[in-house]
Design a protein around this ligand. Structure first.
Ligand code: TNX
Length: 461
């Protein structure tokens, strides 16, 4: 069987035999810094080995060819040694993830791997608005992202059904707006302390958190919390269905911009990464001219806090800063053209085509969970698409990377994925084909992968 490393490394040459980890095996790292020691300790934890001084049979080293970049690595496994070289700690970390994927029992098959990512942005998205996910579930997801070398976790923190992050200046957003979810469950929200805990946990795994607050549509939970944000000002109950496109902030009211600025300001302070995602999709209840006016204003607000704005591709209707980023998702050519428009004006594009990258699309007619509005998506469809040939006019120079969104209308927590679906996915994982190019159905695979099933989390402190 070929060695299954996902995503496919730049080069992989199998050797003969395997390195067998012994109880006495030592993992060394040089230079030894707090950051590199953490990575070495994580590997030692995975192998059931100890860390110790160089030279050791398993060695991690900073140095090596500059061509590896900040996230690349070279791994050489023989019967007698495992040597991992990278230019920067992130590269060592990713090399360790490759070792985790190669490890079978105590054996690491002999191999030479040279690897560096094709895309800077390797994302996944969790919709914690439609169904809330606990901090622990989010951390488990981060661990699985790390296993597949993903480095951006986009959190969809608000939608019609729920508001999931505490905002001190508008407390009812979370206390009222976080009070339920699709189907009428309890919902929930993250305190700012919990959000910061997620940010730190992710950072230790080289994953940057990208927070999204939806505007000007997908805002029913906010309007129900503060009716003055709507044009008619009338109180409304929370919403637990799955319709879209019916709610809008009142673009003509001054208070709308106080709200946007307060929320974005608090999130910007809590988020070390450079991006704030403002949603911007499916604003069917907002007049087109209002939409353009609103997003332009919000772009200025995001900039005033020193952050860069990301929005779903509908924001391509607006004159964007070159630093703003557009996220392609539509399967409709006319809407996709908005990404091309933004790219032509200098913005970068994240590729999340719904018919390839959406983790909530069913595999086929027998899939229990998920939706099918973008069609059924097999693992092959999800793995073998070409990100720089998705949208005419959005070529390699404009593609920042790829992201797989997991919308949660039908998803209620990671552990509750039915066993039948899990088994099916385990088989798919077992049969995975590293020689296929493109982008893996990462989180789908990840959700089923052995490390989660065994309950093994990545031991990075
Ligand atoms: C479209 S993708 C949406 C979401 C839904 C998703 C379900 C996007 C920007 N909007 O509101 O959850 O489809 O697949």
């Amino acid at each position: 069987m070929p060695l299954a490393v996902v995503p496919k490394p730049v080069s992989l040459t199998p050797g003969t035999g395997a390195f067998v980890v012994q109880a006495s095996t030592v993992v060394s790292v040089s230079p030894s810094t707090p950051e590199t020691r953490r990575i070495a300790a994580a590997l030692a934890g995975v192998l059931g080995a100890e860390t110790g001084p160089a030279p050791a049979p398993v060695s991690l080293e900073l140095g090596g060819p500059a061509g590896l970049g900040a996230e690349g690595y070279e791994l050489s496994v023989t019967r007698s040694s495992v040597r991992l070289v990278a230019n920067a700690p992130a590269g060592l970390f990713y090399g360790v993830q490759t070792i985790r994927q190669l490890l079978g029992g105590r054996r690491i098959p002999a191999v030479r791997i040279r690897d560096r990512p094709r895309f800077a942005w390797r994302g996944a998205m969790l919709d914690v608005a439609r169904h809330f996910l606990s901090v622990r579930d989010v951390k488990r997801f981060v661990d699985l992202m790390a296993l597949y070398k993903l480095n951006r976790l986009h959190l969809h923190l608000s939608d019609d059904q729920g508001w999931r992050i505490a905002i001190s200046s508008w407390p009812r957003l979370a206390t009222h707006g976080g009070g339920t979810e699709v189907g009428g469950g309890r919902g929930g929200y993250y305190t700012q302390r919990q959000y910061s805990d997620i940010v730190r946990y992710a950072a230790a795994r080289y994953v940057e958190i990208v927070p999204e607050i939806e505007m000007p549509g997908h805002v029913h939970a906010a309007l129900s919390s503060y009716p003055k944000l709507s044009c008619d000002g009338k109180p409304t109950p929370l919403f637990t269905g799955i319709d879209v496109g019916f709610s809008s902030l009142c673009v003509g009211k001054a208070i709308t911009y106080d709200f946007a600025s307060d929320v974005i300001g608090e999130l910007a302070r809590l988020t070390p990464g450079p991006f704030i995602h403002i949603g911007g999709d499916e604003a069917a209840a907002t007049k087109r001219s209002d939409y353009v006016r609103f997003v332009r204003r919000v772009q200025e607000i995001v900039g005033s806090y020193g952050k860069r704005m990301i929005g779903w591709e509908e924001i391509g209707r607006v004159k964007l800063y070159a630093s703003s980023v557009v996220q392609h998702w539509n399967i409709d050519a006319e809407l996709s053209a908005l990404s091309a428009r933004a790219a032509a004006a200098g913005s970068k594009v994240i590729m999340s085509p719904a018919d390839h990258a959406y983790l909530d699309m069913k595999y086929d007619t027998s899939t229990g969970l998920g939706l099918k509005w973008a069609g059924y998506t097999s693992v092959r469809d999800a793995y073998s698409w070409e990100p720089v040939r998705q949208v005419p006019g959005v070529g390699a120079e404009s593609v920042l990377g790829v992201e797989a969104p997991l919308w949660s209308e039908t998803i209620r927590g990671v552990p509750r994925v039915p066993a039948a679906d899990r088994d099916r996915r385990d088989r798919l994982v077992a049969g995975s084909r590293p020689e296929l190019g493109g982008v893996p159905r990462t989180a789908r695979r990840a959700g089923a992968s052995a490390p989660l099933a065994r309950g093994q989390l990545l031991p990075v402190s």
